[in-house]
Design a binder for this molecule. Structure first.
Ligand SMILES: Nc1ncnc2c1ncn2[C@@H]1O[C@H](COP(=O)(O)OP(=O)(O)OP(=O)(O)O)[C@@H](O)[C@H]1O
Length: 669
């Protein structure tokens, strides 16, 4: 099946509204920890402001009176210092505790998000994977979640803590002098305007940075997978250039975002120093002139203690603004990452309106009575839901074209249904009527296809590359749904069969073998998770995989890498055939399943397959026409249309396209 990268969607570049709310939705799943964190942050901020405020008393009440005193009493000063130490200690302890708690909360949130993402990913339709770059999807689990971790452990708490500290410092400053506080506030408003200007510019670059990171990831993943092809075609240079282009884009977005991000703190710090100097001058002058301080604590004059304390508080007031703006950059980045994560989570899951399920049945002597059972019997049946009187599951005549209605009636006629009408024996009777389909609805790939497979037949689909053979099988197992026409499976519209049941009735072996990390035995057992070792070995024997598996260093216990490393392509294919065989499904789709197996082995495997599929329907797609000779029906597809249909002998006798292809007069093009 072709999945051209060009059709894949680029990553989104704008954060979605409501993202922060959703992040907090996850965070508040840990209510007690979050409450404790808030309390600790409050304690830490109060300790900071309290100790700064205490400086005034310390200087004016405990230190200045001692200056010039011949026999100073140190005890009160020591007590005051100890009190201040306790204040600092409480602050440090609270800060440590909330940081400690946040690590647990953040990791819990990330685990939950990864779980949700992976679970949702399993429910997404094939269309999603066909249209999104795989590396980009993967970067949701790495880069995007990492930015979120930073936001939860650092940015959000620090922002909250900064706001509280700021507020506490503000009240404390009012306590010391209202006019000086007014001056600080005015100065801060100016500072905020500068910071806002910087942040507005950096915000959009952070989203771009996350999206570019996804693109770079996707490209690296694609190049690692395609390393051999790159080398064979000497495309190292071109690949390098393509990578540089993407890397350059990432560099641009990241530099822009971080340049703006990184200048915020220095700007705030330097303006803070300026304020510090201005306050020291104004406070000092006011003190010398003896101006009233007009404080909330009662009007007095500016003492040395007041000025020192006020200066410290002014730092506690402006520094958090710098921290907030610094963290705001991180938050913007996290929101960008989280937006991408939530976009994946919001992708509509594969819909499934099917109600008909697949059950194993014991078949009565009359050939019609069916009793659902748990064990293997070699017979399956489609079971209608309790509330389905047949109009939902069986192909209803209404809304169908006359031809489709006729086919549906004929299919119903030939279906073997239990006396109570709830069970229909699975026989592998598949009928396509007037099916038109395009991956993009505007560009049909299959045009008005009508064909049928009788139970137990081996149906071969042949035709040029891109003719639509794989697409036909994609429609049978409902990776995609038809836009027009109907597909019946034992007289039941495939749309009415629950997708998992439909798919477990169809064993699929693809040309692109995907093995998973694990032993050979595990990989075969993937076809049926509760299969015993004996069943797996029997399946391997049947498909002729047993011989080479026993030659492997540890036989069935040999570990395989996810890419089937250590095996030849043909051997990987044999394992995937054994995997399908162990599932023992009622019908099978073999899409170029034996293309990498030598002709001799293929004959043996084919014999095993024929054995396995006796009495069941098999759909075979093969370019090697010798392998489809013994099919009951061969259909020749050309540009999405069936142009010939018949047995090998019939088609040869017709001397049409198949004859030309078979005899080599014409090539598949
Ligand atoms: N996921 C997809 N998205 C969009 N177009 C697709 C997709 N898969 C296949 N196509 C297009 O549909 C057409 C039929 O493809 P299909 O894979 O069915 O051909 P095929 O006959 O199986 O070819 P081959 O013998 O090369 O496997 C092609 O033009 C192909 O480009």
């Amino acid at each position: 099946m072709s999945t051209p990268t060009a059709t894949r969607k680029p990553a989104g570049r704008r954060a979605d509204p409501g993202t922060v709310k959703r992040i907090f939705g996850y965070v508040f799943q840990y209510p007690s920890q979050v409450c404790l964190v808030v309390v600790c942050i409050l304690i830490s901020a109060a300790a900071q402001a309290g100790s700064a405020l205490f400086l005034q008393t310390l200087i004016d009440t405990y230190i200045l009176p001692l200056i010039g005193t011949p026999d100073p009493a140190w005890a009160p000063l020591v007590q005051a210092l100890m009190l201040m130490g306790c204040l600092y200690g409480a602050g440090v302890l609270a800060t440590w505790l909330f940081n400690f708690l946040l690590v647990g909360v953040a990791q819990g949130v990330l685990k939950k998000i990864r779980d949700d993402m992976f679970a949702h990913q399993q429910s997404l339709p094939i269309r999603y994977f066909d249209s999104h770059e795989h590396g980009d999807v993967m970067s949701h689990y790495t880069n995007d979640t990492d930015t979120l971790r930073q936001a939860i452990t650092q940015s959000f708490p620090q922002m909250f803590s900064s706001i509280i500290t700021c507020f506490a410092a503000f009240l404390s400053m009012l306590w010391l002098s209202v006019p000086l506080t007014g001056f600080v506030v005015l100065f801060t408003v100016m500072l905020l305007m500068v910071v806002r200007g910087i942040l507005t510019r950096s915000g959009r670059f952070f989203m771009g940075q996350q999206a570019s990171l996804g693109t770079v990831n996707a490209f690296v993943e694609e190049s690692v997978n395609g390393q051999k092809v790159i080398k064979v075609f000497n495309h190292e240079q071109a690949t390098q250039e393509a990578f540089d282009e993407r890397n350059e884009e990432l560099f641009g977005a990241a530099s822009a975002a971080n340049t703006y991000g990184n200048i915020t703190m220095p700007v705030v710090l330097n303006m803070g120093f300026l304020l510090y100097v201005l306050l020291a001058v104004i406070g000092g002058a006011a003190g010398i002139a003896g101006w009233p301080n007009l404080s909330l604590s009662g009007t007095g004059t500016f003492t040395l203690g007041t000025i020192v304390s006020f200066l410290t508080l002014s730092r506690s007031f402006t520094n958090p603004i710098g921290q907030v703006s610094q963290q705001a950059n991180m938050v913007l980045m996290a929101v960008a990452g989280a937006s991408r994560i939530f976009r994946l989570l919001d992708e509509p899951a594969e819909d499934d309106d099917g109600t008909v399920t697949l059950v194993r049945v014991e078949l009565g002597d009359d050939g019609r009575t069916m009793t659902p059972v748990d064990h293997e019997t070699g017979h399956w049946a489609w079971q209608r839901a309790q509330d389905d009187d047949g109009t939902q599951s069986l192909a209803a005549a209404q809304g169908l074209s006359p031809r489709a209605a006729e086919v549906a009636a004929a299919a119903r006629e030939s279906a073997i249904t239990s006396p109570n009408g709830r069970l229909t024996l699975v026989r592998g009777d598949v009928r396509f009527t007037d099916v038109t389909f395009g991956y993009n609805p505007d560009r049909p790939v299959l045009h008005d296809i009508t064909w049928f497979a009788e139970p137990g037949q081996k149906i071969a689909l042949v035709g040029a590359t891109g003719a639509g053979k794989t697409t036909v099988t994609n429609l049978i197992n409902r990776f995609y749904d038809v836009q027009e026409g109907q597909i019946l499976y034992d007289g039941i519209s495939v749309k009415n069969i629950r997708k998992p049941d439909l798919r477990s009735s169809l064993g699929v072996v693809l040309q692109d073998v995907n093995l998973f990390t694990g032993t050979v035995m595990d990989n075969i057992r993937y076809g049926k998770l509760n299969a015993t070792d004996e069943e797996c070995i029997a399946a391997a024997r049947l498909t002729n995989a047993d011989g080479f598996i026993r030659m492997l260093p540890k036989g069935y216990q040999t570990m395989l890498g996810g890419d089937g490393s250590g095996l030849s392509q043909g051997q990987s294919q044999l394992i995937s055939i054994a995997r399908a065989a162990v599932a023992d499904p009622p019908a099978m789709i073999l899409d170029e399943a034996t293309s990498s197996i030598d002709t001799h082995t293929e004959e043996v495997v084919q014999a095993g397959m024929d054995n396995l599929m006796k009495g069941r329907t098999v759909f075979v797609i093969a370019h090697r026409l010798s392998t489809v000779r013994n099919s009951d029906v061969i259909m020749v597809l050309d540009h999405g249309r069936i142009i010939e249909r018949g047995s090998h002998e019939e088609l040869i006798a017709q001397q049409g396209t198949y004859f030309q292809l078979y005899t080599g007069v014409s090539e598949l093009d």
